[in-house]
Structure formats: structure tokens, C-alpha cells
Write a protein that binds this ligand. Structure first.
Ligand SMILES: Cc1ncc(COP(=O)(O)O)c(C=O)c1O
Length: 385
């Protein structure tokens, strides 16, 4: 079946966070990380059948759910784990918060690689931990981020460093970490007794020929005690349905996380999330996803061409994954918050200021490319003005 991602959609008036938070009807929102595309129709059909039943009491998670998650990751990503390794919860951010609570003591350090997804900062802070950010190296010739292994090791060797919170693929910046890079990270973490927590929510969203390597597929001695968070929410545009999984093979660690999930009261999910996940992780879902990836890859190619032609002083990062373009605006000599504010006020387009993702993101803006090209084109033309 062929899916048409160029079909115009209207989200205004649906209580969309991305659309209905705007102050004016003329603003094009290219900020929050969800997509303007309709989801895979198999998901909508499964939800419609459930709605027709018209009784929405508490739900339980069936055996088929676990089997679906295991099958998907084994078949699609070559990552094999047991159903008992899975803990479900209501989102990746609640998962990360519970994991930090379970595996740290007040005052411990959590290492990240900045710039990075902003909710990492609040999860670390809210659990009484200290942020230790290892700045990614901005390789201007290749327009990509690289890990500063020297700085990373220094941070991991700190006596209070307890966890490394990895983002794979990386938001923002769009790196899909290679097996070699992940192994080097894992070796350093093992050497310094730091546990890896890998947020792999963007794992289905690789562009072009890029391939995602699950941290959990590294050799056992490097990955056994690690914890991975994943969800179909980004790739299938079902973030509002609130479903995510934690995968951890070490039973003792898992038990501690499970306890924290219960203490935080995020151990219940809703019937729609459970069904949507099962419909997404299917052959039909995979077919839809392949077409989505091709569309996003093309949006990215066109956006990059536009910037190269019209705004050559604003380099666009080479993206391997995610639908979030990362644009270097440092030549403008303005703070990224000011750029965001000015684009909104004068050009009626809403992007994210890079500084939201840590001080390393200062001077950048993040553009959400997950919408029909006609809308993205109008948005970037407004930026061009
Ligand atoms: C890296 C990363 N993790 C987690 C989330 C949000 O996860 P959830 O909505 O499942 O809490 C996002 C959303 O943009 C993200 O980019």
C-alpha cells in the first residue's frame, strides 16, 4: 500500500500542544517533536475497534504485547531479549526519571553529551542528581557531532559519576551512533563503573542508508547491565497515547527500576497505548515506516538544499536520524532565544532555540521537518526572509 505523506492535515483546534499553543492562527509551528502526519492506518483501525466497544475501564497488558515488542526488535533491529526483561510505563521521560531514582543517590552525577534533549536536565535535577555534560565536538568540516572521548572519560572517572544518559539516535544533532562509537563509550563506562541508560526513542527514524545500533546488541560484557528506553511514539506519531518500554536484562537492576516505577505511580498504561503499540510493531507498520523514512529523508534533502542556496551562512547539520534539523545560526551573532523570538514575531514561524538543549546548543535552532513538504517549504521560506 502507498501512503501519501504530502496530504495536508489540520491540527488546529484539536488541543495539539504544537499547534494550539501558538498565539496566532498564522504561525507555522516547526517546534515540538511530533509529526503532522496521520499515523499508520492499522493503528487507527485498532483504536476504532476499541472505541466501538465503549467501555474504558482499567486495562491489563497481555502476553501478546511482550511478544510483539520482542519480535519487533529481533526482526527489525537484530536485538534479542526476553519478555521478562521488559517493564512497560507511560512514557520515556517517566521511564528515565524512575531509572535515575532507582539507580542513584542524592548528589550523584549523571553524565550526558550536550547539546541534548532538554527533559534529561529536569529528570536529573528532580531526582536530586547533578548534571555533568560532556560537550560533543562540532566538526564543522563534516557538519556533524562527534564524541569527545577524552572529556567523557574525565567525567566518567569522577567519584560521584553513576550513570551515563545516552541519546541514540541523538536529539538534537541527528547522529545515529555507530557500533564502534557505542563500544568505545561502553568500554569507558565499564572501566569507571558507570551504568549506561540509553534513550532510543528515535530508533526507527533513521534517514537514508543509516542504520541504528541498539546499545543492547553490544557484547554481553559491555551491555548486560545497561538499561534501554524505547517507544513507537515518535516514529508512529502516537506520543499522546503514552506508552513506552524499559529493557534491562539484569534482574536485580530491573527490580530496582520496577520499584521506582511503582513509587512514581507510572506503572499503569491505557488501553489505547497498548493496542497502538501492537498495531505499530507489525509488518504493515513496518511498511508504513519505510515510506515515512523515505519522505523524511526527502524533506531533509530539500531543506538542506534550500539553506545551501538561500542561506549559505547558516549551515545545516548532516543528519543521520530523527526529523529534527539542527541549523548553525552562530554567524548571525544573536542568541538562539532571540532568533526564536524574532522568527515567531516577525516571520510567524515557530522553531526551538538551540540553547534549550544546554549551553552547547547556543547559536543553533531546531526545525521539525515532520510535516508535508508544502508546509515545511513555507516555514523555511519565512525563515529565509
Ligand atoms: C530523546 C527523547 N526522549 C524522550 C522524549 C519524550 O518521550 P515521552 O513522550 O515518551 O515521555 C523525546 C521527545 O521529543 C525525546 O526526543
Amino acid at each position: 500500500m502507498i501512503y501519501d505523506f504530502s496530504k495536508p492535515t489540520c491540527r488546529r483546534g484539536t488541543n495539539s500542544y504544537k499547534w494550539d499553543s501558538a498565539t496566532g492562527d498564522d504561525i507555522i509551528p516547526l517546534w515540538v517533536a511530533d509529526m503532522d502526519f496521520e499515523t499508520y492506518p492499522g493503528i487507527t483501525e485498532a483504536l476504532r475497534r476499541r472505541v466501538d466497544h465503549a467501555i474504558f475501564g482499567y486495562t491489563r497488558v497481555p502476553d501478546g504485547y511482550y511478544e510483539t515488542v520482542c519480535r519487533w526488535f529481533e526482526e527489525r533491529h537484530g536485538w534479542r531479549f526476553h519478555r521478562d526483561d521488559i517493564i512497560y510505563t507511560s512514557g520515556v521521560v517517566p521511564a528515565i526519571s524512575a531509572i535515575i531514582k532507582a539507580l542513584t543517590l542524592t548528589g550523584d552525577q549523571v553524565v550526558v553529551m550536550g547539546p541534548v534533549y532538554n527533559c534529561f536536565f529536569s529528570s536529573i535535577r528532580n531526582n536530586g542528581c547533578e548534571l555533568s555534560s560532556s560537550p560533543l565536538i562540532y566538526n564543522k568540516a563534516l557538519l556533524r557531532y562527534e564524541i569527545d572521548f577524552h572529556d567523557l572519560e574525565q567525567r566518567l572517572s569522577h567519584e560521584r559519576a553513576r550513570l551515563l544518559l545516552l541519546c541514540n539516535p541523538h536529539n538534537p544533532g541527528g547522529r545515529v551512533w555507530s557500533r564502534d562509537e557505542l563500544e568505545r563509550v561502553a568500554v569507558l563506562c565499564k572501566k569507571h563503573g558507570v551504568r549506561v541508560v540509553s534513550d532510543e526513542i528515535h530508533c526507527e527514524l533513521t534517514l537514508g542508508d543509516h542504520r541504528y545500533t541498539p546499545f543492547g546488541t553490544l557484547p554481553d560484557d559491555l551491555s548486560y547491565g545497561s538499561v534501554t528506553c524505547c517507544s513507537p511514539s515518535k516514529a508512529f506519531n502516537i506520543a499522546g497515547l503514552q506508552i513506552a518500554n524499559i529493557v534491562c536484562r539484569d534482574a536485580a537492576v530491573r527490580e530496582r527500576i520496577d520499584r521506582a516505577i511503582n513509587i512514581n505511580e507510572v506503572c499503569d498504561v491505557n488501553p489505547f497505548g497498548v493496542l497502538a503499540l501492537q498495531a505499530a510493531y507489525s509488518d504493515g507498520g513496518y511498511d508504513w515506516l519505510c515510506q515515512l523514512r523515505a519522505y523524511l529523508t526527502e524533506n531533509y534533502r530539500r531543506l538542506r538544499n534550500f539553506f545551501a542556496r538561500e542561506l549559505p551562512h547558516l549551515p545545516v547539520m548532516n543528519m543521520e536520524g530523527t526529523y529534527l534539523a539542527w541549523v548553525d545560526c552562530s554567524s548571525l551573532g544573536e542568541s538562539s532565544e532571540h532568533i526564536e523570538e524574532r522568527l515567531m514575531r516577525e516571520n510567524r514561524v515557530w522553531v526551538n532555540a538551540g540553547s534549550m538543549y544546554g549551553k552547547e546548543g547556543e547559536g543553533f535552532i531546531r526545525i521539525n521537518m515532520a510535516c508535508p513538504w508544502s508546509r515545511l517549504e513555507e516555514g523555511i521560506k519565512r525563515i529565509g526572509k
